[in-house]
Design a protein around this ligand. Sequence first.
Ligand SMILES: Cc1cc2nc3c(=O)[nH]c(=O)nc-3n(C[C@H](O)[C@H](O)[C@H](O)COP(=O)(O)OP(=O)(O)OC[C@H]3O[C@@H](n4cnc5c(N)ncnc54)[C@H](O)[C@@H]3O)c2cc1C
Length: 386
Amino acid sequence: MRSLPRPLFSADHEAFRDQVRRFCEREIAPHHAEWESAHGVPKSVWQRAGEQSLLCCWLPEADGGPGGDLLFDVIVCEELGRVGATGPGFPLHSVIVTPYIAHHGTPTLKRKVLPRMASGEWVGAIAMTEPGTGSDLAAIRTRAVRDGDHWVINGQKTFITNGHNADVIVVACKTDAEQGAKGVSLFVVTADMPGFSRGRNLHKIGQHAQDTAELFFEDVRVPADHLLGEEGKGFRYLMQELAQERLLVSVQCQSRAEAALEWTVKYVQERKAFGQRVADFQNTRFKLAGLWAELQAGRAYCDQLLGLHMAGQLDAVGASAGKLWHSELLGRVVDECLQLHGGYGYMHEYPIARAFVDARIERIYAGTSEIMKEIIARAVCDEVRP
Ligand SMILES: Cc1cc2nc3c(=O)[nH]c(=O)nc-3n(C[C@H](O)[C@H](O)[C@H](O)COP(=O)(O)OP(=O)(O)OC[C@H]3O[C@@H](n4cnc5c(N)ncnc54)[C@H](O)[C@@H]3O)c2cc1C
């Protein structure tokens, strides 16, 4: 479908997009329904993605990555969105988990972990949320206590994306229970460490091919050099990296919304009612036109945020506003598009039905819409004083 020009992306990026599109059409789309039934994506798919340099594209060659920039990872995210694939957690692995280790890991830890993440041998996850707390991250209760050359971790996490496949997990822990945010530190736990275990693969209303797990830590002894950065600075690192995480949500919401509209434009031209195509009702045409115009605004906004981020100028407030707006946009688009499919829109085998339920989480994870509004409102009120 026609769209605004995207000057951010070079010819190299567009050539890569063709490669990713072929990969998604060949290796992802035909198998996604099977993965939905299995509630997970096989590890072999991660390795094939790694072989084609589709993982951790931004990671420098010196760290074992392909040495591209973040826009290559954005393309992977967009192309997964284009085929409605919510199972492969490549974007979270590449753009959210890897940066913590690359930016704050010791050279030894980076050498051990990063090349394996880029090749797809190891899958990454980030574990912040606990059964008792999600939005209020400073209230986490998982503890890490220093014991000689190790830290000993005890606690429980839940709702962890890639949780069942994960080989390497960035875990937010309290290293000082008396402190709030200043008592949080981040650790790298590998799945082979004694005391680490996984609970249920959680049964969600959507994103069925995505493995989302409970994780348990019982006296897990983690070498001291698996502490990321400095003790007590974990909350600050989370806040720094969350801007990129929230930008990624904007990217995936925009691309999924564009895909939903494209499926709908095709559908309404095929479906007939009252002797004419559904596309010929003025209501349909106005809805499609309105949604398309909204998506143009969404595209311009998303690319503006991407451009700011690439220039190192996107702050937490800007990323939160984008996450809020694009996740709400996706919700509106899939709802309208489902309506234009009539009863078939409610049938699981139609991509719009899956997109509708898959979309709901975008307003919740990576910070709920309410938390985004709090962040924005605080900044706005700070800037404009009576
Ligand atoms: C499918 C899925 C995947 C996820 N993946 C991950 C992952 O990989 N890693 C990870 O760590 N977490 C993950 N999460 C967890 C997710 O980030 C949290 O669910 C989310 O941050 C909300 O936390 P909560 O569920 O504890 O809700 P709560 O914090 O209990 O919030 C409940 C309600 O209260 C509102 N609320 C809370 N505080 C305020 C406030 N100050 N002002 C106004 N309203 C407020 C919320 O907006 C919400 O509507 C995932 C969740 C799901 C469902």
